[in-house]
Design a protein around this ligand. Structure first.
Ligand code: FES
Ligand code: FES
Length: 189
């Protein structure tokens, strides 16, 4: 047994005594009653069970919970699907998923939502050229399995959120602003 303490969606939990072999998925669902994180394959293959890990340096990534002991999350800050909407207001990505009918049974949705949110935050910190957008979304969502085959719609929803605020997520197109560029040092006009 280990005393587990961690922060989930900004709220501190623990210390809670857990078995060392208790998976993080079972901890969330069975101990805390947070059933938004799903259990699919149980073999780190479908990614339906991922949560967001927030690092102290401000970067984030997703991690499966089905094959990882809960004690491995001791001291970590994580986000789950329950932490996205604030005060009942959906995030732009949640709204886009609904508008695109991205999910059918919804089993994979929490994983796609967490992955898409991590991508949005990464692009907000490090914008990319527009030409790299399709490939970047494909790579980010790669590995998430949807038995209802909503892949294209998830992709379109993420793309819509990004293109709704291109200045936030994408680098300015080459040549943009050239007419307002200041003269070079020593340049005569
Ligand atoms: S349930 Fe964890 S990866 Fe499938
Ligand atoms: S919506 Fe059913 S598994 Fe993706």
């Amino acid at each position: 047994m280990t005393a587990l303490s961690l922060t989930i969606n900004g709220r501190a939990h623990g210390p809670i005594e857990v078995r060392d072999d208790l998976s993080m998925n079972d901890f969330l669902r069975e101990v805390l009653g947070m059933t938004g994180t799903k259990f699919g394959c149980g073999a780190a293959q479908c990614l339906s069970c991922v949560v967001i890990i927030d690092e102290p340096d401000g970067t984030s990534y997703t991690n499966p919970t089905c094959v990882v002991p809960a004690v491995n999350f001791n001291g970590r800050r994580i986000r789950t699907v329950e932490g996205h909407a604030a005060g009942g207001t959906l995030t732009p990505l949640q709204t886009a998923f609904i508008e695109h009918f991205s999910f059918q049974c919804g089993y994979c949705t929490a994983g796609f939502l967490n992955e898409g949110q991590v991508l949005l935050e990464r692009l907000a910190a490090t914008p990319i050229p527009r030409a790299e957008l399709e490939k970047t979304i494909l790579e980010a969502l790669d590995g998430h399995l949807c038995r209802c085959t909503g892949y294209v719609r998830y992709h379109q929803a993420v793309r819509d959120v990004i293109l709704a605020e291109p200045a936030r997520y994408l680098l300015a197109e080459a040549g943009a602003g050239a007419e307002t560029a200041p003269p070079l040092t020593g340049e005569r006009r």
